[in-house]
Design a binder for this molecule. Structure first.
Ligand code: SF4
Ligand code: SF4
Length: 290
């Protein structure tokens, strides 16, 4: 680059709030007085697709695109996306990554056994290039605050340390851009991210030697808008909308854990857990249909 601007890359999966997070960072930097250029978001903004956004800021910025090996910071909202984009970080740069893993259906070698081709947590990949790495359990932090959808604000809070602008600019950007009524929780999530301890890297899941049983289907009825997407996409016909719009599990034993329903639900109303986690649970149907 001929200018002296800095670059930041955001990478995640459709539905994680990457677009909103990118807008908040760009807005905060502009409030801090920088010239900012932000790329269009590349990728599928729908749930499940890989999404990346480039931001450059400085006195005068020529192009929004962050070239390989030049980013100050990579903000990854999911582990595989951190691996996918780490080459864009400069040596001695920084990676802030959620320890969340989202295994796409295509990475499931054997859906019955839940064994996957998902990349392992490999911290040496970062250490060899002296990249400072902050692992954040953004989902756990957001859940503690009462809303998993604030996980992207937790990541923003952890990213703030590597951007170096005043807190007030972040707070103003968050307040002006998050959906009305969620300002408080997103600000709380941002502050939680600023002080979040290094999350423990999860141990790789043991490969089950045999079929462990069907996956657990959790439905949050309060969030379900009865759109009928999940019953239509489920290859095993596990789900059905009742005549009053209530989502029913009609074939729990057939669930292979492909997670198509979870990824395509626009309202985060359905969650699939592997059989090891489901061992002592019945399928959970929570909330009451209004
Ligand atoms: S309920 Fe969901 S995870 Fe289970 S088989 Fe159907 S689409 Fe796949
Ligand atoms: S769980 Fe999600 S995808 Fe399924 S019917 Fe409800 S809103 Fe639609």
């Amino acid at each position: 680059m001929s200018d002296s601007s800095k670059g930041l890359l955001l990478a995640g999966v459709g539905g994680q709030g990457v677009i909103l997070a990118s807008m908040i960072i760009a807005d905060a930097l502009m409030r801090a007085g920088f010239d900012v250029k932000q790329s269009e978001v590349h990728g599928m903004a729908q749930r499940g697709g890989s999404v990346v956004s480039h931001i450059r800021w400085g006195k005068e910025v020529a192009s929004p695109l962050v070239e390989k090996g030049s980013a100050e910071v990579l903000a990854a909202f999911e582990w595989a996306e951190a691996i996918r984009w780490v080459d864009y970080v400069r040596d001695e740069g920084a990676v802030v990554t959620d320890i969340k893993t989202i295994v796409p259906p295509g990475a499931c070698n054997d859906t019955h056994a839940w064994s996957t081709a998902y990349p392992r947590f490999e911290i040496d990949l970062f250490r060899s290039r002296l990249i400072e790495t902050q692992f954040v359990d953004a989902t756990a932090n957001a859940l503690q605050l009462g809303n998993v959808r604030a996980a992207n604000s937790v990541i923003l809070g952890s990213v703030a340390a590597f951007v170096g602008i005043d807190l007030v600019h972040w707070e103003e950007a968050i307040k002006s851009l998050v959906p009305k009524g969620t300002e408080e929780i997103n600000l709380a999530a941002f502050h939680a991210g600023m002080t979040a301890p290094m999350a423990q890297i999860p141990a790789p899941p043991a490969e089950p030697a045999e079929y462990l049983g069907p996956h657990l289907i959790d439905i949050q009825q309060d969030w379900c808008k009865s759109c009928d997407i999940c019953p239509r996409v489920c290859p095993e016909h596990c789900l059905k909308l009742d005549t009053d719009g209530t989502l029913l599990v009609i074939n729990a034993d057939a669930c292979t854990g492909c997670r198509l329903c979870e990824m395509l639900c626009p309202d985060f109303a359905i969650t699939i857990r592997p059989p090891a986690a489901a061992e002592h649970h019945e399928p959970a149907i929570s909330g009451r249909k209004m």
